[in-house]
Design a protein around this ligand. Structure first.
Ligand SMILES: *C/C=C(C)/C=C/C=C(C)/C=C/C1=C(C)CCCC1(C)C
Length: 247
């Protein structure tokens, strides 16, 4: 029998996946409270961005609540809940790019292209992960590659494409620095997800990693990226206020 850390939510002490579902929920919830409260302190032009930051972590908190339950009662990966969460939160992260770059001239088309790329990335990932009952490697790899095309588009935009150019034309140093920070999150933080995906049945790492360990990668990456994105936005708002005060 496993030693239970907390019986009511069935978290064994030796199950890091269950533990990260539990702490992930807590962290997302705390981050939302922080972003919603701090929203009142920042300059008016950043309030929508702060609201979106709180929504991203808030939507994730609700999903973590249910995913933790799903995992601890079935000991299986909550694939559908995970992709519903991402389908709501990743487009909101694309919206953050747009909101921050709007003063620099970003058009709605810029946002929709990012959102379309994120939807391609997530729908392909869902098919690759959720519709592979036999653990077929060909299936996992093919949909993983299609998904990566969407990822690469967003990465390209942030580092060399439209997002980068808009940031370069911005006259606000806080926005320039913030977009650069988001670009790093997309490059490093988002790259954790494909590693988790490869642990799924049929994935390139499925011989090395346990299938459930995919949740460990996703949970850690979610905390880094969702809370991180929000903190970057908050940092921009705070830095901008300071430069006003100095001027
Ligand atoms: C808050 C949730 C976030 C930021 C989720 C991001 C997810 C990804 C960047 C997923 C990427 C994937 C690939 C690039 C290929 C394999 C399939 C995915 C969906 C795991």
């Amino acid at each position: 029998m496993k030693t239970i850390l907390l019986d009511i939510v069935k978290i064994p002490v030796d199950d890091p996946v269950a533990f990260t579902f539990f702490t992930g929920y807590m962290a997302m919830l705390a981050a939302s409270v922080f972003f919603f409260f701090e929203r009142g302190q920042v300059d008016g032009k950043w309030k929508t961005s702060m609201l979106v930051s709180g929504l991203i972590t808030g939507i994730a908190a609700v999903h973590y609540y249910y995913m933790r339950d799903y995992y601890t009662t079935t000991n299986e990966t909550p694939v559908a809940l995970r992709y519903i969460d991402w389908t709501l939160t990743v487009p909101l992260m694309c919206l953050e790019f747009y909101l921050l770059l709007k003063p620099a001239g970003a058009k709605a088309g810029f946002m929709w292209k990012l959102i379309a790329a994120s939807v391609l990335m997530l729908v392909a990932g869902y098919i690759g992960e959720g519709f592979n009952p036999t653990g077929d490697t060909g299936h996992n790899v093919m949909w993983g590659v299609i998904s990566t095309l969407g990822y690469v588009y967003i990465l390209y935009s942030a580092w060399f494409g439209e997002a980068k150019q808009l940031a370069a034309s911005s006259n606000n140093p806080a926005v320039k620095k913030g977009i650069q920070a988001l670009a790093w999150f997309v490059l490093v933080g988002w790259a954790i997800y494909p590693i988790g995906y490869m642990a799924a049945p049929g994935g390139w790492l499925s011989g090395v990693l346990e299938p459930n360990s995919l949740n460990l990668f996703y949970n850690i990456a979610d905390a880094i990226n969702k809370i991180g994105f929000g903190l970057v936005v908050y940092g921009i708002a705070v830095a901008d206020k300071k430069s006003y005060a100095a001027a």
